[in-house]
Design a protein around this ligand. Structure first.
Ligand code: KIV
Ligand code: ZN
Length: 500
């Protein structure tokens, strides 16, 4: 193990896949593994081969790809587990057994001596097959230290190349983690790794404390996904190591955001908007004081340049807006307001915000057009001509749409979980030839009461380059409002693309 950088051991495909409700196909796993390799992680824990046939298929598929990263498989201290991993031709096997009294008594029903024997026997067996061996003492942080040290000592004696210290149920604090790693380091002379769970929101802090105390490898998952509250997140650990600790890591940080989005898409686990580094708001600024600072000098309210992680700053119009940020946004939309006009636009934006409304890109265009007395709105590139939906109990919701795209008429049909889903898919089927967009957010609100209420739909759509626009439509028919909002968003993205 090279000692001149902190190694990133990614377990998105193993511990990350243990997120409740997540199951990846072998093809999805391969797609993620390729992206992780491009990102530059040192180790990819590709799976737990004994778990299922699909898991074996996935690990083999990843191994066959010949990636630069070390490909690892997980195994308990049993011949069946280890053989299953070895049969996948992995570079390394992550062998583990629990060491805490709680696990010994209630789960393994083994004595301490029996656990130590298993460690010696199965680490040696694994090592005799010529692979790298990483040994983990599961629930290490709730194990009495002398026994934990003895377990690691036995593993190293049997040939383990590195040892890993899992905080299996996330009970450590940074201070205790530092002390524990320091103690283990006195007795164990192979590289030490840490594996922290996030039950108290301390996984990243505990991992960093481990590094401060001498650990040279960190287990992480993309977006922090994993069992219960998840694992230490790759993006937070890597960026803290790089920017705050000035440690060397081999990660191409500018690929972090696209990796996060890929994992979110394939696992179906949404990224909270306030998540550090990759959350939608991580580089978004609304308040006047902040937007002014960011327009003048981005570092005033940004700890790192967003480009470092493959992102861009976003200025958001809202009730806390100030003239500086708003001016920049309005100018980017193609307007050149006078000072007086800018004040009036700001006033309207604040009124929107005071009503608890999000100011979408298309709202801002309408407000600015009205106040500046001019329209920057280009002719629509895509327009709806006809929409028919079939829905009800016992039928598969189906939508047929007729669109005008760049002057030509196109028709398509799709099914979905409901009529809105079907209609949006049918639209995308046509517009995909011009632009690939993802519906990031969909909000529906009734503006009035009663069954004839006007439905207001706000959508956020994102193109393949990460450009996001929001758009709104209000109509008494929910499906029509949704389709119109989607088409407004698509037009805006297409117009921006045409301008670029
Ligand atoms: O959290 C844990 O203890 C684990 C082990 C398998 C290392 O994931
Ligand atoms: Zn774990």
């Amino acid at each position: 193990m090279s000692q001149n950088h902190i190694r990133i051991f990614d377990t998105t495909l193993r511990d990350g896949e243990q997120t409740p409700g997540v199951a990846l196909t072998p093809e999805d796993k391969l797609t993620i593994a390729k992206q992780l390799d491009k990102l530059g992680v040192d180790v990819i824990e590709a799976g737990f081969p004994i778990a299922s046939k699909g898991e074996v298929e996935a690990v083999r598929l990843i191994v066959k790809e010949g990636l630069k990263a070390e490909i690892c498989g997980l195994a308990r201290t049993t011949k069946e587990d280890i053989d299953a991993a070895l049969k996948c031709d992995v570079d390394s096997v992550h062998v583990f057994i629990a060491t805490s009294q709680l696990h010994l008594k209630h789960k393994l029903r083994l004595t301490k001596e029996e656990v130590l024997e298993k460690i010696s026997r199965w680490v040696e067996y694994t090592k005799s097959h010529g692979v790298t061996v990483e040994f983990s003492a599961e629930d290490a942080t709730r194990t009495e230290i002398p026994f934990l040290v003895e377990a690691y000592r036995r593993a190293v004696e049997a040939g383990a190349d590195r040892i890993n210290v899992p905080d299996t149920v996330g009970v450590m604090t940074p201070k205790r983690m530092g002390l524990l790693i320091g103690e283990i380091k006195k007795h164990v002379k192979v590289p030490i790794s840490v594996h922290c769970h996030n039950d108290f929101g301390l996984a990243v802090a505990n991992s960093l404390a481990g590094v401060e105390a001498g650990a040279t490898q960190v287990h992480v998952t993309v977006n922090g996904i994993g069992e219960r509250a998840g694992n230490a997140s790759l993006e937070e650990v890597v960026m803290a190591l790089y920017s705050l600790y000035r440690e060397k890591v081999k990660i191409k940080t500018n690929l972090i955001y696209e990796t996060s989005k890929l994992v979110s898409k394939l696992t179906g686990v949404m990224i909270p908007p306030n998540k550090p580094i990759v959350g939608e708001n991580a580089f978004a600024h609304e308040s006047g004081i902040h937007t002014r600072g960011v327009v003048e000098m981005p570092l005033t309210y940004e700890p790192i340049t967003p480009e470092l992680v493959g992102r861009k700053s976003i200025l958001v119009a809202g009730k806390h807006a100030g003239t500086h940020g708003l001016k920049k946004e309005i100018e980017e939309l193609g307007f050149k307001p006078t000072e007086e006009q800018l004040k009036q636009i700001l006033q309207k934006v604040k009124e929107f915000g005071d009503q608890g409304k999000l100011v979408t890109t298309t709202d801002l265009i309408s407000i600015a057009s009205l106040i500046c007395g001019k329209t920057v709105e280009k002719p629509k590139i895509v327009d709806l001509k006809d929409l028919t939906v079939v829905t009800g109990s016992g039928v598969i919701p189906t939508a047929s749409v007729k669109l005008i795209l760049e002057g030509k008429e196109y028709v398509s049909s799709e099914t979905g979980v409901g009529p809105v889903d079907a209609a949006i898919k049918a639209i995308q089927k046509i517009t995909d030839r011009l632009i690939n967009v993802r519906l990031k957010e969909f909000r529906l609100e009734a503006l009035t009461g009663g069954s004839d209420a006007v439905a207001e739909v706000v959508v956020k759509v994102e193109d393949a380059d990460g450009k996001i626009v929001s758009a709104r439509a209000a109509k008494p028919d929910i499906v029509l409002a949704s389709v119109e909002a989607m088409i407004n968003g698509l037009n805006r993205l297409l117009q921006l693309k045409a301008k670029a």
